[in-house]
Unconditional design. Structure first.
Length: 726
């Protein structure tokens, strides 16, 4: 009875699992849509976590229905289990255990989907492979359309490149890694070959237009492996697949047409900066190499790793300690190491890096042995190699869409066809007696219900926090603090482990003048990430707004320890030291900022203000002159320079400055008033009277207008003939 039940129930559940894998793969293009969800892209995590839970649930249902538990030997089981185990151990030494646990959970779910998908894809792999290919084609089509329509379609978040594909870098890596699979699907003996060829052409065009080096490298590696898998076959075996030459010519023509049309309409070169607006992509190889250098230093200092998912938290400390200094600042902070292997090595240590490489070799080796079992298998193998190539210049497994696609590619490439009773593939089957079946079913139902409830609560919490964070940030930008602060507080309350929610809450409260509300939120953000220089600077500002000048100096000093050469940090340090009367220390901080950026107008303005406040008028004139030379049309620089000339007694120079300012701001009341003061100092009251009358006519503030009237009466007594020209 049990065997008949197994034969009748397992295929049915296998079909359901295949449809879950296929449907989730088809959702990938919609996950890339930044405008569909929220600017923080939480759907990327939620969709695939729920898909993994659904896979686990149907597998448990099939196991319980079949009354047996079947364990098959897999070539990747050992490195997978050891890698997840090391990741779990690393949570205990991670700076943020919650974030590290989330990273390990995603890795565990990916491994679970991989191992549970292997028996499902043994005999029928076309559906899942086709859905992955369709997802790549849809993403490529939307990305190409985004590049065609240009900035007019760019919605939130603008830093991700567009409304249709969101993060262009991630989308291009996904499409580039799927390109060999598309070609494998096109080579399969069915009627859809021409459609897959057209899709491969669109994908190639998008990868070329996205101008992402990692996607280019991965595509070349994948196509090379696909070519090798096509022509290197066992003696006596038939050629696994073949693509007609006319199809290749059609694909090349479509690709060239798309690339040329987009390049001509948008007017850019294929060798220009990518449209992703990511720091690591825009600033070229220098920043990438420095990131690798800091990550290697991190690996040497922490041979056992820093904790899963903790690279971004520890990186500032390592980057600030590099010798010679690197160009990293609080505003030039890469999102990842730009190399998956280096990043895993820094987070999990040398054992984790060894296990990752072992897993990659096992996957590629197993896929190479299965390459002759069909075009889909060969394409999946080549796509896995493409992802490994992309990992040399990016961190693709950090993105849930790419992690999901890599998992399914691994299952497609390593699941051999044939009977499950093949003696070359040992099977361990545990037959469940009725009593054991009921007990295990009860335990599985209980644990499954708990997992679904906890996942549902986590999904609700993240979604509510994301919605509140989005609305609160938009309201804060519009300075609607009455609506922004409650929304941001609700976001941080729903997700207390979110550093972003805490930071935005504190910054918005600080902008509204509520330093007392900003301080606890910023301190909570620093508890989550003590090396966040932006949060330290904001905390310093919150302390200053409450009169805690010593605490403010301490917070800024901590930020300077993280980024010693950052311009913004040193300017804030100069402000903090100056507020405590440390003139020498403030001057040194300002000069350090100017040494980092000799073109800093704000640096010269702050240095000049400090010198002017402490009676060093000559130094103030020099600093304000440098600021005015850098930006001759900045009213603040010209006004401060004219005021310094007045204090120095150089009236002729002050007149030239104010007259130059009035040449492009003829209705500036402040410039007119200061020029009148200068004329009074030069004993030219009649010239001053004309400027004062002009300023009085332009002034709208009643109190200032009364002050100008009094000044007019006083100057008129010194100019009996009235202003010139009257």
């Amino acid at each position: 009875m049990a065997s008949r039940l197994a034969l009748s129930s397992e295929p049915r559940f296998h079909d359901a699992l295949r449809w879950i894998l296929a449907a989730t793969s088809l959702a990938i293009p919609f996950v890339f849509l930044g405008s569909l969800g929220d600017p923080f892209q939480l759907p990327k995590q939620l969709v695939f976590r729920w898909a993994a839970i659904a896979v686990l649930g149907f597998w448990l249902a099939g196991t319980w229905s079949a009354s047996r538990i079947v364990l098959r030997r897999s070539a990747v089981a050992a490195p997978v289990f050891f890698l997840v185990f090391i990741g779990m151990l690393s949570v205990f030494q991670a700076p943020n255990a919650t974030e590290a646990s989330s990273a390990v959970r995603d890795a565990f779910l990916a491994c679970l989907v991989l191992l549970l998908s292997l028996p499902v894809l043994e005999k029928k792999d076309r559906l899942v492979g086709s859905c992955l290919g369709l997802a790549a084609v849809a993403t490529a089509a939307m990305g190409t359309l985004q590049l065609l329509v240009g900035p007019g379609m760019t919605l939130l978040p603008p830093t991700q490149g567009g409304a249709l594909v969101g993060d262009v870098t991630v989308a291009s890596i996904f499409v580039g890694s799927m390109l060999p699979l598309l070609l494998g699907l096109a080579a399969a003996p069915d009627r859809g070959a021409r459609g897959w060829i057209a899709g491969a052409a669109v994908a190639t065009a998008f990868v070329a237009l996205a101008r992402t080096p990692a996607a280019w490298l991965g595509s070349l590696v994948g196509l090379g492996v696909l070519a090798a898998a096509t022509f290197r076959r066992s003696p006596g075996s038939a050629r696994p697949f073949r693509v007609p030459g006319r199809s290749w010519l059609a694909a090349a023509g479509i690709t060239a047409l798309l690339v040329l049309s987009v390049s001509w309409t948008r007017g850019f070169s294929l060798w220009s900066s990518p449209p992703s607006l990511k720091i690591a992509e825009l600033q070229g190889p220098v920043l990438r190499i420095e990131t690798w250098r800091a990550t290697l230093q991190m690996m040497l200092r922490h041979p056992l790793g820093i904790g899963a998912g903790s690279w971004r938290r520890v990186f500032p400390q390592e980057a600030g300690a590099l010798t010679p200094r690197s160009p990293f600042t609080s505003s030039r902070w890469p999102q990842s190491a730009g190399n998956e292997f280096l990043e895993v090595g820094s987070e999990l240590g040398a054992p984790g890096l060894f296990l990752l490489i072992w897993l990659a070799l096992r996957l590629l080796g197993s896929g190479w042995r299965n390459r002759e079992e069909g075009a889909t298998r060969a394409g999946a193998l080549a796509s896995l190699a493409a992802l490994a190539g992309c990992a040399l210049l990016s961190s693709p497994l950090r993105e849930p869409p790419l992690l999901w696609s890599a998992t399914l590619l691994a299952a497609l490439a390593t699941a051999p066809r044939g009977s499950s009773s093949d003696p070359a593939r040992p099977i361990f089957a545990l037959q469940m007696e009725p009593r054991r079946r009921r007990a295990l079913g009860f335990v599985a139902a209980l644990l499954g219900t708990a997992l679904v409830v906890l996942s549902g609560w986590d999904t609700y919490r993240l979604a509510a926090s994301s919605a509140a964070l989005q609305s609160g940030q938009a309201a804060c930008v519009q300075r609607d603090y009455a609506r922004a602060i409650p929304a941001l507080r609700r976001a941080s309350r729903m997700d207390p482990a979110s550093n972003l929610a805490r930071y935005l809450n504190g910054v918005c409260a600080l902008a509204s003048g509520r330093g007392d509300l900003a301080e606890p939120e910023l301190r909570a953000a620093l508890d989550l990430n003590p090396h966040d220089a932006a949060a330290l600077l904001a905390l310093g500002s919150a302390y200053r707004s409450q009169g805690k000048l010593t605490d403010a100096l301490g917070a800024v000093e901590r930020a300077r320890n993280v980024w010693p050469t950052d311009e913004e940090v040193n300017l804030a340090l100069g402000d903090a030291r100056g507020s405590l009367g440390d003139v020498a220390g403030a001057t040194q901080a300002y000069r350090t900022a100017l040494a980092t950026n000799p073109h800093s107008v704000q640096g010269y303005l702050k240095l000049g203000s400090l010198m002017e406040a402490h009676g060093k008028v000559a130094g103030a004139v020099s600093a304000f002159s440098a600021a005015a030379d850098l930006d001759p049309y900045l009213p603040e620089a010209l006004s401060r320079l004219g005021g310094a000339y007045l204090k120095q007694g150089d009236y002729d120079a002050a007149v030239q400055v104010y007259q130059g300012m009035l040449s492009f701001l003829p209705d500036d009341v402040s410039a007119l008033t200061n020029l009148a003061r200068t004329y009074v100092g030069m004993q030219r009251p009649c010239d001053a009277l004309a400027k004062l009358e002009r300023a009085r006519d332009l002034e709208r503030d009643p109190r200032r207008r009364d002050a100008l009237e009094k000044a007019l009466a006083e100057v008129s007594s010194k100019c009996p003939s009235g202003p010139p020209g009257r």
